[in-house]
Design a protein around this ligand. Structure first.
Ligand code: PEP
Ligand code: MG
Length: 618
């Protein structure tokens, strides 16, 4: 089976034995120093010198700790020469290419089936590769090259490389991610055509370390025993990172040059809480981490009991815990973890993975299934938030897509798309447990217009004798500074608020949420964000409507007390984080959190806020 562009690095790397290299690039100082060398025998000293402990600092993408063996996977391009074939072999060569497509399609289908069993959230994302593989335009371009007497391998390489080059330079990160998918598809085809064997598995307990991973890689490596991963590329909101969180696979991203600095087979510890990878850990470090793993496991067993306990502070303030879920299976998981409902369903994932908008009936079937799985718990269907980093084929290229036709702006300009979705959501609301949420609002008019269209859809459905919830709540996502500043006015129209802290941070701090070089600036603890949160909560209370947080901040360990203290009544988090958050809610004392939040608002920097919150909770 050939399915990956990865090649395993089994050799030791040139700088690996450089024992003077105390801290690797991107490494962190050891806060808990190992014992001095004199504590070991002379032989042990020698050995330790040989395999010096190295620490690499990245960005925590998915929590958890794993100790295992590193599997370094490099994305190695296959050297393909521009071999020419005689004209009488053209047809046979086109046939050979078609056969490769067929075989690779068969193989990808198997991966999708596997994903359906193991991680349904990944399956539609993986299907994107199937679309690329079977794209008739790409196939025709390749056949065209073969007709010019190039053999299939060079035709595949040429065509895919030119398509990738276009995508790699796209300003849109979603399109850039498609370049990685193109690369994967190209490697699959080339591997098949050249009969080359590639790495398909990692050994059990393997910790995969590589440049970047696509969701299909995460699926596949997990299936073969990957317990954790580290990547050089960044982006905690990338599909692979989101998938890792939902599968509970510890991971660290943004580990600059790590592939060249450790070798396959070395023992590594991946600390998904701190965002650290430790290569060749000293015995002491290993025992410390083993103890932590044991504590965490004990902790997880205890958390299990929490699922059925109420989510409230120790002095009785109720904090509703909802889940962000995208598939029926995730809804099941959320229910099992004691979620009180689903606070965010990113409906645009359906479009992004298929690259077209499903028709009204297809949408209705899908939304109904979600609503039925959750019933009687409420689910919150967010209208398509397409545009910006969530672009797809039908969206025009924009010079600055994050500030362009995104979310509600796109929908209001594409009435047919919006109305079809509104009708589908209304039709799925017949059990009275569906809420509609509108993303990327900046003006009152956008919300008013949407409400007007919701009413038009209701009238149409009534005319057709369709059943729906005439009282279906319609909420506003508050994720732009403008929406926060006019929250009083929006609150007069909306049935609820849900704060999208991912975008609120991006837009308030004028920093791209996907840009690795501005990670330091992207800080939701920034006092500007805290003050906007306070403003939104006040506006919600003024209008007597509930207010939730559904961005990643809702599950941040240091943010729980702050959010409760600010008056947030609902937190919507990944199902895997739910019980951890509940534990913190139950430990909190509402009166104290209010004081903590009040004082945090007076801090002048994000780090001051974080320092204050940490000292306040310890
Ligand atoms: C947010 O912006 O916080 C949010 C929840 O939406 P998304 O991450 O899908 O933009
Ligand atoms: Mg958002």
């Amino acid at each position: 089976m050939t399915h990956s562009s990865f090649q395993q690095h089994s050799h030791s790397l040139s700088n690996d034995g450089d024992s003077t290299d105390a801290l690797e690039q991107g490494a962190v100082p050891d806060s808990d120093e190992p014992p001095p060398a004199s504590a070991y025998s002379a032989n042990a000293n020698k050995r330790e010198k040989h395999r010096k402990e190295k620490r690499f600092k990245g960005i925590p993408a998915s929590s958890g700790i794993v100790i295992g063996k590193a599997v370094i996977l490099a994305t190695e391009a296959i050297a393909i020469k521009d071999t020419l074939i005689p004209e009488d072999r053209i047809d046979a060569e086109i046939e050979r290419f078609a056969h490769a497509v067929q075989e690779c399609t068969h193989e990808l289908h198997r991966i999708v089936t596997m994903a359906n069993d193991e991680a349904p959230v990944a399956a539609p994302i993986l299907e994107a590769q199937l679309f690329i593989l079977n794209d008739p335009t790409i196939a025709e371009m390749i056949a065209g090259r073969i007709r010019k007497c190039y053999h299939a391998e060079s035709a595949v390489q040429e065509v895919f490389d030119s398509q990738q080059a276009i995508l790699r330079h796209a300003s849109d990160s979603y399109l850039r991610e498609r370049a990685v998918d193109l690369d994967n598809v190209k490697q699959r085809l080339l591997n098949f055509l050249t009969g080359r064997n590639t790495v398909t598995t990692t050994q059990p307990e393997g910790i995969v370390i590589t440049e970047s991973l696509t969701p299909s890689d995460v699926m596949l490596f997990r299936k073969s025993g990957m317990t954790a991963f580290g990547t050089e590329t960044s982006g905690i909101t990338s599909h692979a990172a989101i998938l890792a969180r939902s599968l509970g696979i510890p991971s660290v991203v943004g580990l600059a040059n790590i592939c060249k600095r450790i070798s396959t087979g070395s023992t590594v510890i991946i600390d998904g809480y701190a965002g650290i990878i430790i290569a060749n850990p000293l015995p002491d470090t290993i025992s410390r981490y083993e103890q932590r793993v044991e504590d965490l496991e004990h902790h997880a067993r205890k958390l299990g009991k929490l699922a059925h306990l109420p989510s409230q502070t120790s002095d009785g303030r109720k904090v509703h815990l909802f889940a962000n879920a995208d598939t029926p299976e995730e809804i099941e998981l959320a229910r099992a973890s004691g979620a009180e409902g689903v606070g965010l369903i990113r409906t645009e994932l359906q479009i992004l993975t298929h690259n077209f908008v499903p028709d009204e009936d297809e949408q209705t079937t899908f939304y109904k299934e979600l609503a039925e799985r959750a019933y009687p718990l409420p689910i919150t269907l967010r209208a398509f938030d397409i545009g910006s980093d969530k672009s797809f084929g039908l969206i025009a290229n924009e010079p600055n897509p994050a500030l362009g036709l995104r979310g509600l702006r796109f929908l209001l300009k594409n009435k047919a798309v919006f109305m079809a979705q509104l009708r589908a959501i209304l039709r799925a609301s017949c059990h009275r447990n569906v809420r509609l949420m509108l993303p990327m609002i900046t003006t009152v008019q956008e919300f008013q217009k949407s409400l007007q269209w919701v009413e038009e859809c209701k009238a149409k459905l009534k005319e057709n004798g369709e059943e729906f919830d005439a009282q279906m709540p319609v909420g506003a996502m508050i994720e732009t500074p403008a929406a926060a500043l006019i929250a009083r006015e929006l609150g007069a129209l909306a049935d609820f608020f849900s704060i999208g802290t991912n975008d609120l941070t991006q837009y308030t701090l004028a920093t791209d949420r996907m840009n690795a070089s501005t990670t330091q600036i992207y800080d939701t603890f920034h006092p500007a964000i805290l003050r906007l949160l306070k403003m939104i909560v006040d506006a919600a209370h003024f209008n007597n409507i509930p207010v939730a947080v559904c961005g990643e901040f809702a599950s941040h360990a240091a943010a729980t007390e702050l959010l409760i203290g600010l008056g947030i009544e609902e937190l919507s988090v990944a199902p895997s984080s739910l019980l951890e958050v509940k534990k913190r809610v139950r430990k909190a004392v509402f009166s104290q959190t209010k004081q903590l939040a009040g004082e945090s608002l007076h801090c002048s920097t994000g780090s001051e806020v974080r320092k204050f919150l940490t000292s306040g909770t310890n």
